[in-house]
Design a protein around this ligand. Structure first.
Ligand code: NAD
Length: 361
């Protein structure tokens, strides 16, 4: 049987606490199914700076390149805030994304029925929300040229960024989005600003062309301003969304609010040969080391790893169902705790979910 080689880059802060809980789930899947997982730990971010002087060593990059998937925690923290730009912990993650050509970022936002009251939106608006935002990650306004700043003699200045895409860049992220939509409810919203931006007109044109290859998917083109309104007015209208880098950055955070807590949100970055899976949250210095972080985002990231990198959809579904069952039983970490529910820590929550995953086989 094939060996699944997983690079485990827990990083810093609560990354070090939640990643072992995610790994635990993969170990259970391995034990229950006979699938063989090989875990290779490596340093990234601040802990890598402390050990090697840089946030991502060539050795770690090479390990990732030769793995089947990367289980990532989070990087950063006040200790390294004064490091120069090129030695900031976040550079480790940015370099990984670039070197591995991870051009599609998948962020699901699901409102769990039992957490509906944690959302700032009314129950009748948010209940049933189950979205997947796909953000183009390596192009668009973040990376387009020309970019820069010029200073004027009169003390003023002019700064410029460029939203640029090639047809190839749009087509490849569109194909990821259609493939994901096919695995979900076969509904795709492509979000742009085609009434104003020429680059969005090209985006729309290419997405429409790719749509011809996916006749089963129902496609709509939505303007980004309308989309941001619709997301808080009737989020259940949407299933899969695909959009430009900056639009995606903003919309995926907006969608995150629907799910109630940062501690619940997983993500996947896909594109090249190796996918990277990480919780959306950061290192949470305010709670790091206390054993109270919610491991569910990391655990659901492990489920995404099974689904998207290893094509083990049933195993992924079992983990998601186990999370749901433990929440139904009333267990909560501090971030999602409310009166009448049972407060547990990071490891306890991981153990409870692990037990439910075991029971599912
Ligand atoms: P954060 O996501 O770390 O924390 C924001 C708030 O959410 C905090 O109050 C935190 O306690 C809470 N929170 C986050 N995850 C939680 C969890 N699993 N369980 C319970 N509560 C949770 O964002 P921040 O405070 O803006 O950033 C802290 C550090 O993390 C910074 O150094 C930042 O650069 C870094 N960061 C890294 C990543 C990444 O590695 N991908 C992403 C975001 C931020």
């Amino acid at each position: 049987m094939a060996v699944h080689k997983i690079a485990v880059l827990a990083g810093d802060g609560i990354g070090l606490e939640v990643t072992p809980e995610a790994k635990k789930m993969l170990q259970i899947v391995g034990k229950a199914t006979g699938a063989s997982f090989e875990f290779e730990p490596a340093l990234v971010g601040g802990s890598a700076i402390d050990a090697t002087g840089e946030p991502l060593s060539d050795a770690t990059l090479s390990l990732c390149e030769h793995s089947d998937a990367i289980l990532f925690g989070a990087v950063g923290g006040p200790k390294w805030d004064k490091e120069p730009q090129e030695r900031r912990p976040e550079r480790g993650l940015l370099r990984l994304r670039k070197e591995l050509d991870l051009f599609a970022n998948l962020r699901p936002a699901k409102c769990f029925a039992m957490l509906v009251d944690a959302s700032p939106l009314r129950r009748e608006v948010v209940e049933g929300t189950d979205l997947m935002v796909i953000r183009e990650l390596t192009g668009g306004l973040y990376f387009g040229e020309p970019r820069g700043r010029e200073e004027f003699a009169d003390g003023g200045a002019r700064a410029i960024n460029t939203m640029a895409y090639t047809t190839r860049e749009i087509e490849r992220v569109a194909r990821v989005a259609f493939d994901v939509a096919m695995k979900r409810r076969k509904k795709l919203a492509s979000v742009d600003k085609a009434n104003v931006l020429i680059v969005s007109q090209l985006w729309r044109e290419v997405v429409s062309r790719v749509a011809d290859d996916y006749p089963a998917v129902q496609v709509e083109h939505v303007l980004v301003d309308n989309c941001s309104m619709a997301l808080v007015q009737h989020p259940t209208h949407f299933d899969t969304l695909v959009t430009e880098n900056t639009f995606g950055d903003i919309l995926s955070d907006e969608a995150a609010i629907l799910a109630g807590s940062m501690g619940m949100l997983p993500s996947a970055s896909l594109g090249g040969k190796v996918g990277l899976y990480e919780p959306v949250h950061g290192t949470a210095p305010d709670i790091a080391g206390k054993g109270v972080a919610n491991p569910i985002a990391a655990i659901l990231s492990a489920a995404m790893l099974l689904k998207y990198s290893l094509n083990r959809v049933t195993d992924a579904d079992r983990i998601e169902a186990a999370v749901l069952r433990v929440l139904e039983q009333g267990y909560r970490t501090r971030d999602i705790h409310s009166a009448g529910t049972k407060l547990v820590g990071t490891v306890q929550m991981g153990d409870l979910i692990a037990r439910e995953v075991e029971r599912a086989y």
